[in-house]
Design a protein around this ligand. Structure first.
Ligand SMILES: [Zn+2]
Length: 297
């Protein structure tokens, strides 16, 4: 490989100069030594430009694997003086955001790939895949990279679905908010307290229809946070309520139902008729969200 070709493979290749590389064929590892080419930088605190170098030091960064070799960048960077008399920072390390974050131990491009893997597979399965393709990353590393992803901007929806969800089933619950026109979750609230939902609704005015379960907590939150919005019961909870009610009713008539079934069997045995029990259909299965009735509580 030519030096020019290797140079092009570096992250932020126009900001780094390739010094030399070492290839460990026994352990399938490449170490690439590079140095920053920046001569004019800005203080990260006051943005004052400076060229005055205080000292140099090395940062070690894990990078994307190269073919079947793992890759480490040893990057020489500079510490600069801040010459702004009004700034409290006297010396600072130059930033190269195209390559890595301050105090980062991985290159930015490796971090981006870890986020993609983490989004697709989560912690444990993602870590397994990383091991297969020569990236050293455990499950918690992948999850930490996911937490760095900034949340997308969203427009306040006209129709908002509100429901609780479990961070840890039986122990800790939060509230999920879903844009029902786009079928898109837009926020997760840390708990399912009325005040938390009220605050969110007051900070995001404009919701016209609120879909919820029949709990009084969310009702009071919506009454306070979005008094002008119409509250409706969502289809899932209506069907769930119906199912629970029917189960109670049929349970309370257990003896009578058994008697009817026994009577039917005796009749069919004496007449030779076959009693056909209808098979349950799947049309009663409700998936997703849907608003079907206005609550009048
Ligand atoms: Zn400064």
């Amino acid at each position: 490989m030519t030096t020019q070709f290797c140079q092009c493979l570096l992250p932020g290749f126009n900001l780094l100069r390739l010094e030399h590389e070492e290839i460990d064929t026994e352990n399938y590892h490449i170490t690439v030594n590079v140095s920053s080419t920046q001569t004019l930088v800005q203080c990260p605190l006051c943005a004052y430009p400076t060229t005055r170098i205080h000292s140099r030091y090395e940062r070690t960064l894990l990078d994307l694997p190269c073919v079947n070799y793992s890759l480490t960048l040893v990057m020489q960077v500079c510490k600069f003086f801040c010459d702004n008399a009004d700034c409290i920072r006297r010396v600072f390390t130059e930033r190269i955001p195209e390559v890595t974050t301050p105090w980062g131990r991985k290159t930015r491009r490796l971090g981006q790939k870890l986020q993609i893997i983490g989004l697709a597979l989560g912690g444990a399965a993602g870590a397994h895949l990383c091991h297969q393709i020569g990236i050293v990353a455990c499950g918690s590393t992948l999850l930490n990279h996911l937490k760095k992803i900034s949340l997308p901007e969203f427009a306040v929806p006209k129709i908002l679905g509100v429901d609780d969800f479990a961070f840890c089933k039986g122990q800790r619950y939060g509230t999920i908010l879903v844009d029902l026109e786009r079928n898109q979750p837009i926020a997760l609230l840390a708990d399912r307290k009325a005040e938390t939902l009220t605050d969110w609704l007051m900070q995001h005015p404009g919701v016209e229809i609120l879909s919820r379960d029949r709990s009084k907590t969310y009702k009071s939150a919506m009454d306070k946070g979005a008094p002008a919005a119409i509250q409706v019961a969502d289809r899932f909870h209506l069907v769930q309520n119906l199912e629970e009610t029917l189960e109670k009713v049929f349970s309370s008539y257990g003896n009578e139902l058994k008697a009817v079934e026994q009577q039917q069997r005796q009749t069919s045995a004496s007449t030779g008729m076959v009693v056909v029990t209808p098979k349950p259909t799947t049309t009663g299965v409700v998936k997703g969200w849907g608003s079907v009735c206005v609550l009048e509580e």
